[in-house]
Each structure stands twice: as C-alpha cells, then as structure tokens.
Design a protein around this ligand. Structure first.
Ligand code: KG4
Ligand code: ZN
Length: 333
C-alpha cells in the first residue's frame, strides 16, 4: 500500500493542497493564488490573506483528492506548513490539517516552509549529501549546508531584505505590478544595456547577503533622473539590478560549495524562477563541473507539493506532531 501524504500550505498568499505518493510522486498539487486580490494594495494584506484561505481551503482539499483520484480514507498522514509565514494565514492551514488528522485518526506532520522549498528538488531530482542549498524567496535568502537529509545548517543569510523582497521593492519603484520579481526579470532580459550598480560583497569570508544598499542605490538613480527631468530606461535599471543580485548570490553559493566539499548545489525558493539567476548559475556550475539541481518553475514558488516532499522524511522517521502544534511565524530551520 503506497504512502499518501496530503500536504497543506497557507503561509502567505497561496492556498495550496497536494497529495504526494511515496515522497516523490505528485498525485495532485492545487495552487490557488490570491495575487490579484493583493495587487490593488501593492503587497500582501495579512487579514485579507487569512480570509481568502478560509474561503478556499475546503474546496482546494476536495479538488486535490479529485485530481489524485483518491478518497480521504486512502491518506496516510496530513502535513502542514507550521511556519515561518503570516500567523493568521498559517492558522487556517493548521486548523484544517488538525481537523483531518483527528477525524481520520492519521498522523499530523509539521513542516518548515523553507525545508519545503529545498525539498521541492526531491520531487524531480535525487539529492546527494553533503549539499549546499541556495534559498532565495520573498521572505528568505540563505545559504544552507546539509550534511544529511533533514539536517540544516544556515551558513549565510540576509542581514536586511530578502532577495525577492528587494526585487518587489525595486519593481514597485519602477512602476511594475505586485509581485514585481517576474516583471523585473522580463525587463532585465529584454534590456540591451545595464546601468552600473554596487555589489554588496560584505566581509571577504562572509556568506551573508545585504540588498538594502542596492535597493537604495536604485531609488537614488530613479530620484536623480526625476529631479533632472530625465527619462530613465527602466530596462537598463532592471538589468543593472539583476546583474548585481545574481553576481553576488552565485559567487557566494559557489564559494560555499567549494569550502564545504558539497556534492551538489540545489536552488530553492520563488526567486529560483528568475531566468537571469538560472542562466548564470547553470553556466558557472557547468564551467566548474558542479552538479546543479533546479526545480521546475511551478515548484519554485509556493506550493504544497514541496511541503509533502519534506514531510515524507519526517514520516519515515515517525516525527509526528501532536494536536497542539502551533503556528510559528518565525520558526527556525
Ligand atoms: O518562495 P515564494 O513563492 O514565497 C516566499 O516564500 O516568500 O517567493 C516569492 C518571491 C516574490 O518576491 C517574487 O517576486 C519572487 O519570489 N519571484 C521572482 C521571480 N518569480 C518570483 N523574483 C525574480 N524573478 C522571478 N522570475
Ligand atoms: Zn515560499
């Protein structure tokens, strides 16, 4: 009898439910995005996010079962994102997961959202340890060393904005819709020139990141152009910004692979969808003969399949949560 884990992800603005067979086969992965609702506010409004999750969750659970052609009675366990994320949003998924676990009398598994992003790779690739994971999302930017499955050691992290957050803020300053990352990526790809912008290398031995100085540099370029009455080419700004972000994250990740003797470099998080980053990382890893794993686009941004993949490890080790599992907005990895 296969193991079927139903996974629920509601940490931010996507209501998602997936069913994963034996840890790697995606039987269903339903993602309902609230982006259009939040777009008019220029960012995610936490209270609205929670309400939308409440409206959608039951329907998405039913849809996940229908697409997987399974019944509730077929499920082996219920996994849910415990954190980090918006507390009200997390609570909706957690309450749904607890109710199902209690009613069906099957184990409940709490999953860290970033562990999910990392393990999205396991749905399409075979992981080999030790490995380095470059995590770049809207809320996190980290270099994680993993000596074995489920062991996470953060060796570098952002000291201010996350990469996705910086993308979204710069995109907003350029008048692009929310979330601006994908729009800025497209502009950067199409631009023929780039304006020079600083690189935040920090201390020479540091794996940490900083994006707020770069963001301020972009804002200053935009303001100066405005003051002088000049028309700024948004594409040139976008390309300059993207080059600065990509150069630093790629360089630091490659240095970590070498220093830690990693067998693989795995990319994770929403910004892993960035074309500039994927291309540069692919080219550098080919040159240095470093095996690089990148999830397909639909598994880069928030989805429940990645939560199911990470949950399977806990299932194998019988690391189950009790029914007093609490949402933790700042859960550490
Ligand atoms: O991982 P994710 O879906 O949510 C979090 O856990 O934060 O990441 C969302 C972030 C947003 O900031 C979005 O703008 C960014 O990922 N993103 C991109 C691209 N696609 C999504 N950033 C740059 N280029 C992209 N193509
Ligand atoms: Zn995420």
């Amino acid at each position: 009898m296969p193991t079927y884990i139903m996974a629920i992800e509601t940490s931010c603005d996507e209501t998602s439910v997936a069913i994963i067979e034996n840890g790697t086969v995606i039987r269903s992965n339903i993602v309902s995005s609230q982006i259009e609702t939040h777009q008019q506010f220029g960012g995610v409004v936490p209270e609205i996010a929670s309400r939308k999750h409440v409206e959608m969750i039951t329907w998405i659970i039913e849809e996940a079962l229908k697409v997987a052609q399974l019944e509730l009675s077929d499920l082996s366990a219920i996994a849910v994102t415990q954190g980090p994320g918006l507390v009200g949003a997390l609570l909706v998924g957690i309450i749904a997961a607890k109710s199902l676990s209690l009613a069906l009398d099957i184990p409940l598994i709490g999953v860290h959202h970033i562990a999910g992003h990392i393990y999205a790779n396991q749905l399409v690739h075979t992981l080999e340890y030790p490995l380095i994971s470059l995590v770049v999302s809207g809320g996190h930017t980290e270099i994680v060393y993993m000596e074995a499955p489920g062991q996470f050691k953060i060796i570098g992290k952002t000291r201010d904005d996350a990469a996705g957050e910086a993308y979204d803020k710069v995109a907003r300053a350029l008048g692009l819709p929310y979330p601006g990352g994908p729009f800025l990526d497209r502009l950067a790809q199409e631009a023929e020139e780039s304006i020079p912008l600083p690189r935040a290398w920090l201390e020479s031995d540091s794996y940490d990141f900083s994006f707020s100085g770069l963001k301020s540099a972009v804002l200053s370029v935009i303001n100066q152009a405005k003051m002088k009455g000049l028309t700024l080419n948004s594409g040139h700004v976008a390309r300059g910004f993207q080059e600065s972000v990509v150069e630093v994250v790629v360089e630091k990740a490659l240095r970590a692979v070498k220093a830690y003797g990693a067998k693989q470099l795995i990319l994770a998080g929403g910004v892993a969808a960035n074309r500039g980053l994927r291309e540069r990382l692919t080219a550098s890893c080919e040159k240095l003969e470093i095996p690089l794993l990148i999830p397909p686009l639909n598994l880069c941004t928030d989805n429940a399949a990645m939560i199911g993949a990470a949950a399977f490890l806990k299932w194998e080790k019988q690391q189950f949560a009790s029914l007093d599992l609490k949402a933790d907005p700042s859960l550490s990895l």
